[in-house]
Design a protein around this ligand. Structure first.
Ligand SMILES: C[S@@+](CC[C@H](N)C(=O)[O-])C[C@H]1O[C@@H](n2cnc3c(N)ncnc32)[C@H](O)[C@@H]1O
Length: 277
């Protein structure tokens, strides 16, 4: 069983985002269970920048480009490797002011000329891409001189409680402690600890505000609903082919609530904003 590769193989990523349901469940929780709406916070962070058009690379449900387009008129080009995500963004942008274009493509194969955009967004996507440095450079090349690249990036502790619930459950189910399913989450490929290693020379970091996205779930069902819509859960559960992981994880979540008196899950982020030299 190869459980380690799920996040960074493109065909698997494409499969995982083949419907919007999983990502919608997770996004709704991020929006509603943190102290503040992440998409409104995000748009406010970029409010002072000058831009008339933007590229949303790996747009997902379009939550960030839509939040920006609600706050000001902007031409949006949205791309994603998965067609249902492109469609979801088309619907989210609806008739908001501006000219909007939608292209199903990977970042790697995206067809834009250098200097096409005032602002390029690449939120929570580069940890999925096999060649992170190559894709990051492409995004920088698409940006106009003096323009900006904005990347929402996970904190190292992102989902740490959920990851530990799963590791704990897998150990209880008899997995070896060094089984690949228990190794570090692949979001760590590109997170706050190592992002600058991949930043191209043409970009200068101008700020990196932090967002406290800690989610406080009202009950164990809420945690389980979120958890069973994560890629990390689905990858292993699909290969086990039964409900043992879900049931064991549930016992662990219940014990966590009894011990700590709450159901908090870390999901904090940094927004890296770069200027194109
Ligand atoms: C975690 S979601 C982030 C979506 C959105 N940017 C957000 O922050 O809500 C990752 C998205 O990246 C897309 N994706 C994964 N690999 C990609 C690639 N190589 N090129 C373009 N999109 C990709 C997925 O289909 C998915 O919609």
């Amino acid at each position: 069983m190869d459980m380690s590769v799920y996040f960074n193989k493109q065909h698997l990523v494409k499969h995982s985002y083949a419907t919007t349901e999983d990502y919608r469940v997770r996004s709704d929780a991020w929006e509603s269970l943190a102290q503040q709406s992440i998409s409104e916070w995000y748009a406010a962070q970029l409010q002072d920048l000058a831009f008339e058009n933007l590229l949303d690379a790996g747009c997902g449900l379009g939550r960030f480009s839509t939040a920006i387009a609600r706050a000001r008129r902007v031409d949006v080009t949205a791309i994603d490797i998965a067609e249902p995500m492109v469609e979801a963004t088309r619907q989210a942008l609806g008739s908001l002011p501006g000219k909007h274009e939608f292209v199903q493509t990977s970042i790697e194969d995206a067809p834009f000329s250098d200097g096409s955009f005032d602002l390029v967004l690449a939120n929570l996507v580069l940890f999925h891409v096999p060649d992170i440095g190559g894709a990051f450079k492409k995004l920088a090349d698409f940006t106009k001189k003096g323009g900006h690249v904005a990347l929402l990036t996970v904190d190292f502790d992102w989902m740490s409680e959920l990851n530990r619930f799963q590791d704990h459950a897998l150990l209880k189910l008899g997995f070896a402690h060094d089984h690949p399913a228990l190794t570090a989450p692949v979001t760590n490929r590109f997170c706050d600890a190592n992002i600058m290693r991949y930043a191209p020379q043409s970009l200068r970091l101008i700020r990196k505000p932090w967002f406290d996205g800690t989610m406080t779930f009202p009950d164990v069902d809420g945690v389980m609903n979120f958890y069973t819509h994560t890629m990390r859960y689905k990858n292993v559960a699909m290969q086990l082919g039964n409900d043992t992981l879900r049931d064991t994880a549930r016992e662990i979540v219940e014990a966590y609530r009894e011990r700590t008196g709450s159901l908090k899950v870390s999901s904090s982020l940094y927004l890296y904003v770069f200027e194109k030299r």
